[in-house]
Design a protein around this ligand. Sequence first.
Ligand SMILES: Nc1ncnc2c1ncn2[C@@H]1O[C@H](COP(=O)(O)OP(=O)(O)OP(=O)(O)O)[C@@H](O)[C@H]1O
Ligand SMILES: [Mg+2]
Length: 346
Amino acid sequence: MTQDAAITLTSAAAGNGPLALEAVGLTKDFRLGHGATLHAVRDVNISLYKSAVVALVGESGSGKSTVARMLAGQERPTAGVMRLDGEPVDVRTSRAFRLYKSQVQYVFQDPFGSLNPVHSVGYHLTRPIKLHQGRDVDVKKRVIELLEQVRLTPAAQFEPKYPHELSGGQRQRVSFARALAAEPNVLLADEPVSMLDVSIRLEMLNLLDDLRKRLHLALLYITHDIASARYFADEVLVMYGGQIVERGPAEEVTQQPAHPYTQLLIASAPDPDNLGSVLKSGNSVPRARGAGSGPAAVGCPFSNRCPLAIDKCRAENPALHQLTAVRAAACWRLSEAAPALVNGTA
Ligand SMILES: Nc1ncnc2c1ncn2[C@@H]1O[C@H](COP(=O)(O)OP(=O)(O)OP(=O)(O)O)[C@@H](O)[C@H]1O
Ligand SMILES: [Mg+2]
């Protein structure tokens, strides 16, 4: 076993396609008014491969959107490097940012706020097509194509509609189509189904999965729902208090979680094998026990909620510890939390 997992750990999403977007040591500190600093994101490594899905899972305030905003070029990291297709990311000028956005698109969770009520569906799609695809493209044809891709059919009937004439699910489909208009390689989907009616969540996740496969997208799927992450992610990154506390293949992490926080999330989630019926039934995933106390400021961020915490956990923040070639967890009590994994008998 290796102490410094960041060096040798292989992404469980590797092998699906070429590496598209990579972030190493991504960190964001926010300066608060009274001179204090909020460590919103600390030392996060993410590798997004074409045709693969990485799920970023964590409860509210854990830093998921801040990671996504940095990856989207909208927030400047305090530290860390990002590379797109092997080249350092440069978004310092508006031209460079536009070029970057044509490759990396960000879809927000709110299908109501993200569309302008005074513009039609067609208008929402026409603008990015013109901006990213130049003058030669047949805009009308491309609008129809995009609407068909997100299964808003018959497309010609949806094109003149206004946001208020659409359901929440239909609006989110327009948001997906708008993101795809730039023909990106990377899609950052930030809680794309959490504001939708439970009855259509599974359908929307299936659409996203289908788009990922057909368009060979590198997909970052952000969610607070670990059961849905297992449903279609290759790799799961579990975030707590701004840090990745566990990472590995979605199937393995959800079947045999190593970190006490992941174990708590899984224990309080519905049976993942019944995910389809769970999503349809509307049973929401309960929060882990002790939620509300917030991450500890000193030591392991989970130490004030962890049933296994000892003095060391309250004093020192553990680094990610490599368990297998593709799995790692940041915990001082792994021998107790996941003995089979630590002893290699899993
Ligand atoms: N611009 C900002 N200035 C100061 N603090 C911020 C700013 N943006 C985010 N934060 C703080 O950073 C932390 C992480 O926020 P973030 O929005 O990334 O969490 P999240 O995991 O996406 O949560 P949610 O599930 O609620 O969307 C929070 O404590 C938040 O209050
Ligand atoms: Mg968020």
